[in-house]
Design a protein around this ligand. Sequence first.
Ligand SMILES: *Cc1c(COP(=O)(O)O)cnc(C)c1O
Length: 599
Amino acid sequence: MLENYGIDIWADDNFIIEDGVVKLNYASNPALINMVKEIREKDFKGPLLFRFPHLIQKQIDKLYSLYDNAINEYEYKGKFNAVFPLKVNQLPNFLKPLLKAGEKYNYGLEAGSKAELFLAMTYNKIGAPITINGFKDKEMVHLAFIARKMGHDITVIIEGLNELEMILEVEKETSLPTPNVGLRVRLFNSGSGAWAKSGGIDSKFGLSSTEILEAFEMLEENNLINILTMIHFHIGSAMNSIKPLKNALKESGHIYAELKNLGADNLSAINIGGGMAVEYSQFQRTTQYNLQEFANDVIFTLKNIARQKGVEEPNIFTESGRFISASSTVLITPVLELFSAEYDAENLRLKEKNPPLIEELRELFNDINSKMALEFMHDSIDHLESLLKLFDLGYIDLEDRSNAEILTNLIIKKAIWLLEVDDYEELKRIDNKIQEKYLLNFSIFQSLPDFWGIKQEFPIMPITHLNKKPTRSASLWDITCDSDGEIEFNPEKPLYLHDVNLDKEEYYLGFFHVGAYQDILGMRHNLFSHPTEINVVFENNEVILEKILESQKIIDILEDIDYDTKEIKNILKNNLDDNTYKILEKYLNENSYLKTAWS
Ligand SMILES: *Cc1c(COP(=O)(O)O)cnc(C)c1O
């Protein structure tokens, strides 16, 4: 059995392995490597970020059909609505295809800041809902009134009573139409998963039951109870179990029903926030529910509460972002170097007379066979450690040390080859010391910030060589000068890669599910900026690579962090002759990723 990198677990049939390469399971099933080659022929090097709008469409279609099925199954009277939370990905090359994909459903947007609200006001289709979450000031509330005037179906979800006061003030001070209001409830039942801080009684967000009653009274006193339309909660991202959601639904469902019975006649919706999980694991499923079950539970729970309390069944809003966006983006990075590549037999500088331990290493190398492979390998690692100590004590010279390193590496490689790696369990038992380090032309800080920050796993696999057995336990290094820029080999979740000769062949790794949060969280550590991005669309089954956005030029990165680029150029120019300066000028207009034959 060849290694499939768990593609059957995480890929949701979006990608397949065929003829030894990863292919898109769509249209003419193009191979990822062919897209990479096409872009590189246009002279774009470094890391590439491929976006697949058809996968955004797939997730939106799926979301609506899940709730459609559930609504039909339970003959539910409320309607289903969804918005995309902008904080998950605001970039135009992602957002514009998303808006197009959601058009037929009236899929809307959720904004959590003034800047996001501007995006929503500009690009959201009139008639599709906008919701606003997060902390607000009066200016932001004012913006919501203006959005309403533009004709947007907008709901301001208040996080605290002061925000309701702001709404009442703007309502009095302007003649603008008043937007709808939702109440974010602080739930007693908190979420699960890594981001559970969003829900729960000590959550950063939401109104307590006392505050909800006060909000109701404030609206009544001001004759504005008719603007209260929504109850909202969000218990956290990447829920891996359905139980906390059920609890939150019950709690908020009863709050909805109580308010309706108190006289909130226009209250018509429950917004269940986001949190639908994405399967990131390459090793075993971590999500303990299926999506239809999830949607069915939502409908069933709300239906029961409505019946019990004698109120109409609420419309449902969801704000799942990760679920919609993660799978749509794939990062592909060239491998620049295998650290052990220098340990080539050609580089040995053996002497007439070598230290005894070196001679023993030579014998181990010559005599190794499949039966003794593991034992010889361990012996060689022991010998290397002794030889390194001898070097520190001054008993062997630099050439001896170099020979020791080369011979040990050759023995390890030969041992792995002899083992034939039929059984990865065998390899796992081998020392961590035999890992190969793969240097990749990218920055983990820029492209996988959630790996750096919270050790979020992403599916990782080579996009070629898949008809060969990978034999090296791999740790991945990025090109920042930061030791945190490493994805260490983890024996619990081992990544095996191929032993490639980069002088003769190219080798690229794909990082999947990077479409949620990574684009904007990414930081410019060492001044590496966004990778070159490409949208992959199809016309009559043919691949079209469009909206190519090259990674930022060095000069523009410097400008972004507020350097006076004229000053930089002048200083450089004044210290150089014209011809040399011209070379600098060219380099300043390139991006900062490495350029080698295979970068
Ligand atoms: C972040 C956020 C979301 C999106 O959560 P996902 O886990 O990406 O689905 C939805 N609603 C609110 C209020 C949020 O803050």
